[in-house]
Design a protein around this ligand. Structure first.
Ligand SMILES: Cc1cc2nc3c(=O)[nH]c(=O)nc-3n(C[C@H](O)[C@H](O)[C@H](O)COP(=O)(O)OP(=O)(O)OC[C@H]3O[C@@H](n4cnc5c(N)ncnc54)[C@H](O)[C@@H]3O)c2cc1C
Length: 385
């Protein structure tokens, strides 16, 4: 499978080499200095624990510490948003207003069509559209120039990324844009510098306009984001016929949930319509459904709408459907619809959270520095499993 091949190929480079070179964006033809695993990690076709387990078979914890931290940034963002679901809801409200306000904004249209005249920005826009990927540093520069130099709404930039990135993830993307804007740690924003861009693109890309040296004042109607409580998901599994539902937020559930009880049937659910509502590119939707197909046995059906899944569950005579919890974001609406379709047929939904998330999400209440203190105990647990 492509994902596992890519992981195996990257493993020897996940130690010191990654730490030394990861910040360089040498262009789309030369990406050996980073893993490029994000589209699969996004779906947990490769899970964080599986990757780190593989890395720790080859490297010591200290030599792979940078890579471990980066993988854990993803868990941090996921946990941070789970503790504050209103941030996504507020983002959507703000996005709708900004969309209306900027419908005819020429600067915005030129940006997303790679016609801004700013050479580096146009190169990144084209790369994003053509490949569905941007290097982490390029994402930071891009978001910074978008927000602080061009003073375009951060919400529209986040939306543009989410539409095109193969790894587009509601938590990592929205929260990274907020971080660059200065909304994550108040008063701390990220300002791109020409010298930094020149150094880390090895002189490949030029920014032919002066860059902001001060943060743009980013207005936000967002609510105060104190961390809330995570749902416990400890409902016991009833007796009777239990089916497993696999969704695109956690394809690894086919492994970690199969031992929970005797399962009589397995099926996938991925709703292209839900993605289209958010303008997600067809290539991204196709990639995700191909990945789901590859993660399930040939026998397992994949449904594209909650109602069809509920009909199938009814025909299978299921008493309950077991599934991994769905994080905040696009798939959540689909699962809410599914819950009512299943309830109408007298079928229960039982959700579970993987121990990795149970261990780490509560630590995402504050900054990454604090969160990091919980990583060693998660790795200890990983080594024991
Ligand atoms: C504005 C902006 C938007 C972003 N949007 C997304 C997104 O939608 N989806 C996404 O997965 N990442 C996002 N990132 C984080 C990061 O840029 C990508 O995860 C990384 O570039 C993917 O490339 P890679 O797999 O080669 O990463 P590597 O450097 O090889 O890192 C290994 C893995 O660690 C995780 N990771 C690394 N850096 C981060 C980070 N800063 N935040 C979260 N996870 C990280 C990813 O799962 C990645 O695959 C965004 C960053 C910024 C600045």
């Amino acid at each position: 499978m492509a994902a596992h091949k890519a992981l195996l190929a990257f493993l020897p480079r996940a130690g010191g080499e990654y730490a030394r070179t990861r910040n360089y964006d040498y262009g789309s033809m030369q990406r050996e200095n980073v893993s490029m695993l994000s589209p699969w990690i996004r779906l947990r076709l490769l899970s964080e624990w599986q990757i780190l387990n593989a890395v720790l078979q080859v490297h010591s914890r200290s030599s792979a510490s940078k890579f471990i931290d980066e993988v854990c940034w993803r868990t941090y963002w996921k946990g941070w948003l789970e503790l504050r679901p209103s941030v996504w809801e507020d983002y959507l409200v703000e996005l709708a207003k900004d969309r209306e306000r900027c419908e005819k904004n020429i600067g915005y249209m030129q940006m997303i069509e790679a016609r801004s005249g700013i050479a580096a920005m146009d190169a990144w826009t084209s790369e994003l559209i053509e490949t569905g990927y941007l290097h982490n540093h390029a994402r930071m520069w891009y978001a910074s120039i978008w927000i602080h130099t061009l003073k375009l709404p951060w919400t529209l930039g986040a939306e543009f990324f989410l539409r095109h990135l193969l790894d587009g993830d509601v938590a990592s993307n929205t929260l990274s844009w907020r971080w660059v804007a200065g909304l994550h740690t108040l008063g701390k924003s990220y300002l791109a510098q020409k010298s930094n861009i020149c150094k880390f693109t090895a002189g490949r890309l030029e920014v032919n306009i002066p860059l902001a040296t001060e943060s743009a004042l980013v207005e936000t109607g967002q609510r105060i984001t104190e961390p809330g409580k995570l749902p416990s998901h400890d409902e016991s599994i009833p007796n009777g016929r239990i089916g497993l539902l696999i969704h695109e937020e956690d394809l690894s559930a086919v492994d970690w949930l199969s031992d929970s009880c005797e399962l009589v049937a397995v099926a996938g659910l991925l709703s292209p319509a839900a993605y289209r509502k958010y303008g997600i590119e067809e290539s991204v939707i196709k990639f995700r459904s191909d990945c789901m197909r590859s993660g399930l046995t040939e026998k397992a059906e994949i449904f594209s709408c909650p109602n069809k899944f509920a009909e199938w569950a009814y025909i299978q005579n299921l008493d309950a459907v077991l599934m991994a919890e769905v994080p905040v974001g696009i798939c959540k609406d689909v699962i809410l619809d599914l819950e009512s379709s299943l309830a109408a047929r007298g079928i229960k939904i039982i959700k579970r959270r993987h121990w990795w998330d149970t261990h780490l999400y509560p630590a995402a209440g504050a900054g990454f520095f604090n969160f990091k203190k919980s990583i060693p105990s998660a790795l200890e647990k990983l080594m024991q499993t």
